[in-house]
Design a protein around this ligand. Sequence first.
Ligand code: F6P
Length: 323
Amino acid sequence: MHVKRIGVLTSGGDAPGMNACVRSVVRTAIHHGVECYGIRRGWNGLITGDVIRLDEKNIAHIINRGGTILYTARSKEFMTEEGQKKAVSTCKFLGLDGIVAIGGDGTFRGAQALSRHGVNVIGIPATIDNDISCTNYSLGFDTAANTAIECIDKLRDTMQSHERCSVVEVMGRNAGYLAMYVGLAVGATAVLVPEDHIDFDLDVIEKIRQARFNGFTHYMIVVAEGAGSAAEIAKKIKHAIDLDPRVTVLGHIQRGGSPTGRDRVNATKMGYLAVELLLQGKTNRVICTNEGSFIDMEIERALSMQRGIQKMEKDVLCAMTGI
Ligand code: F6P
């Protein structure tokens, strides 16, 4: 099939690096003489025909911008057969020979459905949660982690001055990758993630007691949102030990900001590879990366993979906390 025109969309929670990825898709398309359309507001844009023509000018100077110029959404309608049929009609009407879908596993399920209807689709992992099992890195994670680290470093200044305990809630939905990474990077007293069974006395109170015994006078507890609310944990700490913790929920601030170099470069490489795959007539595939090398795999396989927090990370965390 000769590819003449493709579409690109961003879907699910936004992630820094999405714009860099859109830019790369458009530039790669132009490089091959292919036209590119931006589909706005995720899969909804494909249902309603909400598209814009993208060229080198309207994607200029977005490599450094957080968020997504295409807007994003989580589309309930697209999960229905009827919604998918409307999307296929839009693709036919616009003459789109393929779609690059940038987002998380919900986005990939949409891509899978669309490719079953005969539209060529390639997925690119982008979510700050880094919870897509087929890839050990998703766009936005590095920026979000660095944002959280910067915030917690600031918190530490005031916690140290007042000799306080801080309980910080980090995003991640049902996954603890972001919290684990951030916890290691800030030297947390304790880190709580949903992937582990939590023994409150052992995993929190005992860690604080050990730190106190060793002469520390302030304590940083990092909790993944999927492992419990920071407010609840602070209450339990107050009840169990003579501390009056302060609670910080980092929230959506973690999703914003200019992408790091790592996110920009990975976004650029993944965007390029996705277009190359479409040009080869491939479909129903996701780009994955493992420490610098890139592969693509079938969406079914990508979605069926399981990934927990690595034992090595847990061992490191165990050695770094409660001292
Ligand atoms: O999936 C990204 C994410 O930021 C999660 O970490 C979080 O649980 C969720 O999205 C928040 O969603 P919303 O933007 O709808 O509040």
